[in-house]
Design a protein around this ligand. Structure first.
Ligand code: HXC
Length: 513
């Protein structure tokens, strides 16, 4: 007897795992791809291996037969991305709106646990109406086990969330627990939808305003990457994965370099104005230093007074954290502190050396900042720098004032190799501010107060606002010429790659929250 009928039966069953053609057309009309199309773009061609295709929901009787679809509205499995294995769960909006029922959740938790066990990144593609209403508490219980798996995998394997449609209600908390969230302009995330806001607050608000991709990428910072459509988002996901190790025991992927490690960067003299009041775009410094000028920026639209992202130096992945003098003069505020903290913790978890490019006049002053808890949020940044055992390099490009000097990669926080350019100003504050406080009476009593102030400012500038006091105490490891920054960073990186540092044993610290 041939096994042909069995194979035929299997094929028939698998054929009803996705939504109907009408549902697929509706999804396309919304300018969104189906779960299968997304998977095809995410993985290296032909490498995806699906699991649990034949899982069925237990609540069929409630759906009047509409749910008789295998797979229960989510495609799970594993495949290669840039040649390395990655697990995925892609919600299928063509089956019951991608809503999350009991078996749907079990499928997701199963692949998350496999990813954790085998040390592979996990990607969740979200496109769902949230908890499947018909399955009540079984859906809610399903969310709780996903959250739990997210927490357990945190810091062990990279977890990425792609929001490519609705992500409503409690569903937002799984992405919220993952390392990176990607959104498209055509997606939204919210705890309470517009109709609830209207009922409770009596305010009209649109999906986009409340939690569209743009809003979460520029206002709340919940989203780390914004793309115009699904395809761009999936390509960006592949790009981010090219900088991350598969798990916390691995090193990030090394790429044979094409750029010269001895390359001088004379353009740096032009990019950073010596005048400390003049703004410039620190991204130009970053791309000048990194291999082939390649830089993947994270949180590009949020807390723009700080720039963070990944690149390579002589083929090794590095994390770059830089003050951005073009926005708020590069001051540190609450949002920048949160952005920096998140970035440092991810670099530390995944063995990515950190390079800080410092040009900071201090913390942003004001009531908003004090009331918003800049004290606690600034403290988080200190905690993250101190706790990080990865190599920590720093270049002081220009200003390094006050509290910001202490909290950003300083020797006191066990920064490894720290350098300053010759025009750097490392001091408690700028000369004007210092003279106003120290010599208020002296200036007031002078015959010509303006001339006396200038004299005192110049004197302070000469004595303190330079890198040489810090260099004389060993608080920086050298003063270097800007053009040598790349080659010196590469040598410093290479020597610190074998760094080993351990924490004092404890259950866990209590990072300021
Ligand atoms: C069951 C659902 C569903 C859900 C959508 N569908 N959401 N089925 N449970 N939660 C079904 C619809 O009935 C419809 O079926 C199909 O999916 C497509 O949905 P549409 O509404 O036609 O799509 P669209 O117009 O794009 O609107 C998408 C949407 C809307 C905005 C997400 O569906 C919606 O508001 N859904 C409910 C969202 C919600 O309140 N979820 C519960 C949140 S509370 P047919 O058969 O008509 O094609 C929650 C608690 C979790 O999640 C707590 C964890 C801690």
């Amino acid at each position: 007897m041939s096994n042909e009928p069995f194979i035929e039966d299997l094929r028939k069953r698998k054929a009803i795992a996705a939504g109907s053609q009408k549902d697929i057309d509706t999804q396309h009309k919304k300018k969104r791809l189906t779960a299968q199309e997304r998977i095809d773009l995410l993985f290296d061609p032909g490498t995806f291996n699906e699991l649990d295709t034949l899982v069925m929901p237990r609540y069929e009787e409630y759906m009047g037969g509409k749910s008789s679809r295998y797979g229960d509205g989510v495609i799970t499995g594993f495949g290669l991305v840039n040649g390395r294995y990655v697990f995925v769960a892609a919600q299928d909006a063509t089956v019951m709106g991608g809503s999350l029922g009991e078996m749907h959740a079990k499928k997701i938790v199963k692949v998350m646990r496999m990813a954790l066990q085998y040390g592979c990144p996990f990607i969740a593609i979200n496109d769902s109406g949230g908890a499947r209403i018909q399955e009540g508490v079984d859906s809610l219980g399903g969310y709780a086990s996903i959250f739990d798996a997210n927490c357990e995998a945190s810091g062990v394997i990279p977890q990425l969330s792609l929001i490519l449609g609705p992500c409503a209600g409690g569903a937002v908390y799984s992405p919220g627990l993952t390392d990176f969230i990607f959104m498209t302009e055509n997606s939204y995330m919210f705890i309470t939808g517009p109709e609830v806001v209207k009922a409770v607050m009596q305010e009209e608000v649109s999906f986009e305003d409340l939690g569209g991709g743009s809003t979460h990428s520029s206002e709340s910072g919940v989203s780390h990457f914004l793309s115009k459509d699904d395809k761009e988002c999936l390509m960006k996901t592949r790009e981010l994965l090219s900088y991350l190790p598969s798990n916390n025991q691995d090193d990030p992927p090394y790429v044979k370099p094409t750029d010269d490690p001895e390359r001088r960067c004379p353009e740096l003299d032009e990019i950073v104005p010596v005048d400390p009041m003049k703004p410039y775009d620190v991204r130009k410094v970053i791309t000048s230093i990194l291999d082939d000028g390649q830089f993947l920026e994270i949180h590009q639209l949020w807390a723009q007074n700080l720039v963070v992202g990944y690149g390579r130096l002589n083929g090794y992945v590095v994390g770059i954290l830089a003050n951005q003098p073009m926005v708020l003069a590069g001051t540190l505020d609450i949002k920048a502190s949160i952005k920096a903290t998140h970035f440092i913790r991810i670099c530390d978890a995944y063995n990515i050396p950190l390079i800080t490019l410092q040009d900071v006049p201090g913390f942003l002053p004001g009531k908003d900042q004090e009331w918003g808890a800049i004290i606690r949020n600034g403290a988080r940044l200190i905690y993250a720098y101190s706790e990080a055992t990865i190599p920590k390099m720093m270049i002081i490009l220009r200003k390094s004032y006050g509290g910001a000097y202490c909290v950003m990669s300083s020797k006191g926080l066990r920064g490894d190799l720290l350098y300053a350019w010759p025009n750097a100003e490392i001091a408690v504050m700028g000369a004007e501010g210092a003279v106003n406080i120290l010599f208020r009476n002296d200036v007031a009593k002078a015959e010509d107060p303006a001339a006396r102030r200038k004299e005192l400012v110049d004197d302070y500038q000469r004595k303190f606002n330079n890198p040489y006091v810090a260099a004389s105490r060993g608080l920086i490891d050298n003063v270097i010429e800007p053009k040598d920054t790349r080659r010196i960073l590469i040598k410093s990186l290479e020597v610190t790659l074998s760094k080993r540092e351990k924490h004092v044993p404890k259950k866990h610290g209590i990072s300021p929250m």
